[in-house]
Design a protein around this ligand. Structure first.
Ligand code: NAD
Length: 275
């Protein structure tokens, strides 16, 4: 079974560099998908209040019999719950659905800059972390200006910023800001949602050279950049394929070829405008 390396976060907590995402997996399917992932060797699971599958995810975690300290569970605060008191309440709800005493990582899902509540929301996450109910706290979809504002106004630098990132949206500027501030980069839709990216000629060429699949090549690209990745699949063979990426490496010329795919394609909303 593949051994997934850990990434050290800025508060000393470590997180597996590759995990399993469950967006768009219905609650009644989440239990078997997460069980398959745990069986394949994944130990990090990425859910969110929005995904409405925290309960199914929690059932799979409990049924696995794995010690809690071997698991790394992330969930996220949904937009409508931003604000200090509402964030604390939303966190209690998520923890109850997951049937856990603590999560490993709690994220603000979107900055919603027009609403301008993320600094106040961040204070609630700091409180949750201080109470030992989240081992690390972070954000998602934050742009450089949002990160700088948070860091300027708070003693706690987010451990993670989970952002849309794949070879067609390589996010060089944000990755440089993360490196400067000590924030780990976590890539959502790392496979470009399985659409055009995995069918590209460039990816196919590199995959053929290594005798690997397009998905495996794209995941290697992330890992070699230093990104944390959370690919999603409900197909058992793909769940296994996506973690079987630790016994080969892309060469500098492979990485250069893949770099040419970066054309700014965004699959999700613009974080400056969303919410
Ligand atoms: P992804 O890039 O992981 O692509 C998933 C899709 O790719 C699958 O549905 C399947 O169609 C295809 N696929 C998966 N493995 C494959 C393989 N081996 N071969 C061929 N096709 C394959 O997309 P995603 O689900 O959008 O992102 C991953 C995770 O990121 C989500 O499940 C969620 O946990 C997280 N996420 C977070 C945010 C956010 O705002 N924070 C937004 C989107 C997703």
């Amino acid at each position: 079974m593949s051994k997934v390396p850990d990434v050290a976060l800025n508060n000393g907590v470590t997180m597996p560099q590759l995990g399993f995402g469950v967006w768009q997996v219905p609650d009644d399917e989440a239990e078997s998908a997460v069980a398959t992932a745990l069986d394949a060797g994944y130990r990090s699971i990425d859910t969110a209040a929005l995904y409405a599958n925290e309960e199914g995810t929690g059932r799979a975690l409990a049924a696995s019999g794995l010690p809690r300290e071997e698991l790394f569970v992330t969930t996220k605060l949904w937009n409508s719950d931003q604000g200090y008191d509402s964030a604390l309440r939303a966190f209690d709800t998520s923890l109850g659905k997951l049937k856990l005493d603590y999560v490993d990582l709690y994220l603000i899902h979107w900055p919603q800059p027009r609403r301008d509540a993320y600094t106040e929301t961040w204070r609630a996450l700091e409180r949750i972390a201080a109470d030992g109910r989240a081992r690390a706290i972070g954000v998602s979809n934050f742009q450089p200006a949002h990160l700088r504002r948070l860091v300027d106004g708070s003693p706690t630098v987010p451990a993670v910023n989970q952002i849309e990132l794949h070879p067609q949206l390589a996010q060089s500027e944000l990755r440089a800001v993360h490196a400067e501030l000590g924030i780990a980069t976590e890539a959502w839709s790392p496979l470009g949602q399985g659409k055009g990216l995995l069918e590209s000629q460039v990816v196919a060429r590199v995959a053929e050279r290594h005798g690997r699949t397009p998905a495996q090549v794209v995941l290697r690209w992330h890992l070699q950049l230093g990104n944390v990745v959370i690919p999603k699949s409900v197909t058992p063979s793909r769940i296994r394929e996506n973690i079987d990426v630790f016994d080969f490496a892309l060469a500098p010329e492979d990485l250069a070829e893949l770099a040419a795919l970066d054309d700014g394609t965004r699959l999700g909303p613009d974080p400056d405008a969303f919410g």
